[in-house]
Write a protein that binds this ligand. Structure first.
Ligand SMILES: [Zn+2]
Ligand SMILES: [Zn+2]
Length: 177
């Protein structure tokens, strides 16, 4: 049996973790297991005040149990890659590991009133997007598809929490071996 692992760093709300893991199970039809991830201190970049998504991906690949075919890591830390101001998430295309940062999915990040429904909806869309990359999908030109590129929350809010028919048909849901 191969599992889809969904993990979270210690500061992540456990209800959000479970809601996202449940959706991943429903969407990809794979047995999902939750794992605990360590603090991201090792990935902190003091000059930027952010955390590297690449070291987080490397950590996931290292911690990935032998019975994992995919692993998704969630964090509240604001993630970046060197060429971009920030990333909502990062995935190895067709690979094993993906990460999603919840930091910029919260209304309070933008000085607005917290809204849990909006937060969880955005988190599910970003989970689908990064997992889509894990299952080999590239960006989609349909702005309502979960695989469309979002550089801000307005684009995330415009998407549906679903893949368009073309993207959905391309996902390879079943684990190999
Ligand atoms: Zn993407
Ligand atoms: Zn699409």
């Amino acid at each position: 049996m191969k599992y889809f692992y969904v993990g979270a760093t210690p500061e992540v709300d456990r209800q959000a973790l479970t809601a996202i893991a449940e959706r991943a199970r429903a969407e990809f039809g794979a047995p999902v297991r939750e794992i605990e991830l360590p603090e991201l201190d090792f990935a902190f970049d003091a000059a930027r005040g952010q955390y590297g998504s690449i070291p987080m991906l490397e950590m996931l690949v290292r911690l990935c149990p032998g019975d994992a075919f995919k692993v998704l890591g969630l964090t509240e830390r604001d993630l970046f890659i060197p060429v971009l101001t920030f990333v909502f998430g990062h995935a190895q295309l067709g690979g094993r590991a993906a990460v999603v940062s919840l930091a910029r999915l919260r209304q309070e990040f933008y000085g607005l009133e917290p809204n849990r429904e909006v937060f969880l909806e955005r988190a599910q869309k970003e989970m689908l997007h990064e997992c889509g990359h894990l299952f080999g999908l590239v960006h989609c030109g349909d702005g309502s598809c979960a695989m469309s590129l979002a550089t801000g929350v307005r684009q995330i809010d415009f998407k549906r929490a679903a893949f368009c028919a073309r993207c959905a048909a391309r996902i390879e849901r079943k684990p190999k071996g």
